[in-house]
Design a protein around this ligand. Structure first.
Ligand code: BTN
Length: 340
């Protein structure tokens, strides 16, 4: 039996070795070998001579996810241990239909927006979802709303960061467009905050990854079909920057002022000393959360919090590579430069 097949037979939590061996129709020695192989591949396998074997509670293995999926998102499903980036795994997964989903336990080369790294230790949620065809208007905002609602805590920061109630980064969204495919990548710090400027969802809510995943897919399916006006209204209800002083890095330079919500096209309105500016591409910085000192500030190296300081410069777009989507649809990269 190959390890992936065996994985699907593993129960949640500790079970005696003998019970698992009987269930799988294998010898104890075979069960041990397969369990060790899965752990070496990065899967969250519990295993101890005296306690037995099983999967970490809340892990998004297919046997716990697939029976709960009610819509079209999440099938076919690939659940992996250690990968470079779920975006790359999905990109290489040829011929799969809309809704195909890749989830991994950890990434060695996770990517964030603006060419940044996305630190991906085990215990968090890393997923890439395939959508086909022209993206629905305001796709990044729709994904952000679904994510914030599934997380059940925190606020959104334009264009699509999920921040904790105290302004640290909980999650992010990276949407990459290929010719007829959109790779929607989502990372959420569930158990571990990889940086001081980041937060973990479990600091605020007892949440299991499997529940977060299933909830997100179900909510996203609804938001993908939702009228634009409702998307904008709900996004603004979840907006963590509304009425706050912001410092936005744009391809044309830094814009400082007070965030005043979104335009119908999904741009960010900022009230500056010279009047209102509408930002279509950029990275919003907020004052840093109190008591948070970021040793990596200024390095622009990996996902940070809401401060925005030290975050990479350059054209920011909510959908990256090849074609860029700001918030309204797919556009050529050069058009993004004509911001405002
Ligand atoms: C951001 O910069 O805020 C976006 C972060 C997106 C990270 C996710 S994790 C799953 C998927 N695979 C990646 O390499 N990146 C995205």
């Amino acid at each position: 039996m190959d390890p992936e097949h065996f994985l699907r037979l593993l129960p949640e939590g500790w079970r005696p070795w003998e019970e698992v061996a009987v269930r799988a129709g294998l010898s104890l020695a075979q069960v041990r070998a397969l369990a060790y192989a899965l752990r070496a591949a990065g899967y969250p396998v519990l295993l101890a001579e005296e306690r037995g074997v099983g999967l970490e509670p809340g892990c998004p293995a297919p046997q716990f996810v697939l029976p709960r999926l009610r819509g079209r998102l999440g099938r076919p499903y690939r659940y992996l241990g250690t990968v470079s980036s779920t975006q790359e795994v999905l990109r290489a997964w040829a011929g799969v239909p809309e809704g195909a989903l890749v989830v991994a336990e950890r990434q060695t080369a996770g990517r964030g927006r603006l060419g940044r790294a996305w630190l991906s230790p085990p215990g968090n949620l890393y997923l890439s979802l395939l959508l086909r065809g022209p993206p629905p208007h305001l796709l990044p905002l729709r994904v952000g709303v679904a994510l914030a609602q599934a997380a059940g805590c925190g606020r959104l920061k334009w264009p699509n960061d999920l921040l904790s109630p105290d302004g640290r980064k909980l999650g992010g969204i990276l949407i990459e467009a290929e010719r007829h495919r959109l790779l929607v990548g989502v990372g959420v710090n569930v158990a571990k905050a990889p940086l001081p400027t980041a937060a973990a969802l479990q600091e605020f809510r007892a949440v299991r990854r499997v529940d977060l995943l299933v909830e997100f897919l179900e909510l996203l399916e609804g938001w993908l079909a939702c009228p634009v006006a409702r998307v904008l209204r709900t996004w603004q209800e979840l907006d963590g920057t509304l009425g706050k002083e912001v410092r936005v890095r744009t391809p044309q330079g830094v814009v400082e002022g007070v965030a005043e919500g979104l335009t119908p096209e999904g741009g960010l309105r900022v009230r500056t000393a010279q009047g209102e500016r509408v930002i279509r591409v950029g990275e919003v910085g907020l004052p840093p959360p109190e008591d948070v000192v970021d040793p990596q500030e200024g390095e622009g190296e990996a996902q940070g919090g809401g401060s925005g300081e030290g975050e990479g410069e350059g054209p920011g777009a909510a959908v990256e590579e090849g074609q860029h989507v700001a918030h309204g649809g797919v556009r050529e990269a050069r058009e993004e430069k004509e911001e405002e």
